[in-house]
Design a protein around this ligand. Structure first.
Ligand code: 13P
Length: 249
């Protein structure tokens, strides 16, 4: 089943979040995709109540690697799990930029998420300058090499990778399905080399995904799904994405 993940970033009041879920969960297409909604932390309890018993799943936009202690402002994987999350975004490029997340911390977060029963969605992607100077492969390699360090093949299979080129996020200039396919292939090979996971790694594409272009990533680029920012905010647009993903739209 294709993954369709809605990263709301810093958007939506609780009322808006609840209204979105009410509109989306009514769709008969919900069971046909693995829909994951990633609200702000403070909206998680209300969204958890609203998605309960539906096919819509819940994730956190980050979790810290420690379980407890003097870590002001952090949220643990166990707290996210207790609140109803079954996924956690790890090291989104905006967290790398604004909250100093790095690859080493991502690896620790991934392990913390796995040990609390959350599915980590590990975000990797190159900056525009890195791409311009032909260093994308090396940059990505270091991201997944460090992020997956020490994981067994089974643990690695439990991680979803989201390839989100930084230059494609919020820019209206997505990577082409062919570009994304090439990167996905190198990630699969690199993670296999690092962890011994021969196949079964799930990879999402993210960066300016719309209802118009989404299908290209799934059909042509062999992605397991998409991670969507702006086009996930409006429930009607999200339902158009869902229709495109499951083939009826
Ligand atoms: P946009 O879909 O707005 O480009 O954002 C992508 C993203 O960062 C999802 O995590």
């Amino acid at each position: 089943m294709a993954v369709l993940a809605a990263n709301w970033k810093l958007h939506k009041s609780t009322e808006e979040a609840v209204a979105w879920v009410q509109a989306v969960k009514a769709s008969p297409l919900v069971p046909k995709a693995e829909i994951i909604v990633l609200p702000g932390f403070l909206q998680i309890p209300a969204v958890a109540r609203e998605v309960d018993g539906t096919g819509v799943r819940l994730g956190a936009q980050d979790v810290f690697w420690e379980a407890a202690g003097a870590y002001t402002g952090m949220v643990s994987a166990a707290q996210a799990q207790e609140a109803g999350c079954s996924y956690a975004l790890i090291a989104h490029s905006e967290r790398r930029r604004f909250a100093a997340d790095d690859d080493r911390g991502a690896g620790r977060r991934i392990r913390a998420a796995l040990s609390s029963g959350l599915t980590p969605i590990y975000c990797v992607g190159e900056e525009l300058e890195t791409r311009r100077t032909g260093r994308s492969r090396a940059a990505l390699r270091s991201q997944y090499d460090i992020g997956f360090a020490g994981l067994t093949p089974d643990e690695a299979r439990g991680v979803i990778v989201a390839y989100e080129p930084v230059w494609a996020i919020g820019s209206g200039q997505p990577a082409s399905p062919a570009e994304a396919a090439e990167v996905a292939q190198s990630i699969r090979e690199g993670v296999a080399g690092r962890t011994g996971l021969a196949n079964g790694l799930r990879i999402l594409y993210g960066g300016s995904v719309t209802p118009e272009n989404v299908k290209g990533y799934l059909a042509d680029a062999g992605m397991d799904g998409v991670l969507v920012g702006s086009a996930s905010l409006d429930a009607m647009e999200f339902l158009a994405l869902l229709r495109a993903v499951v083939g009826n739209g």
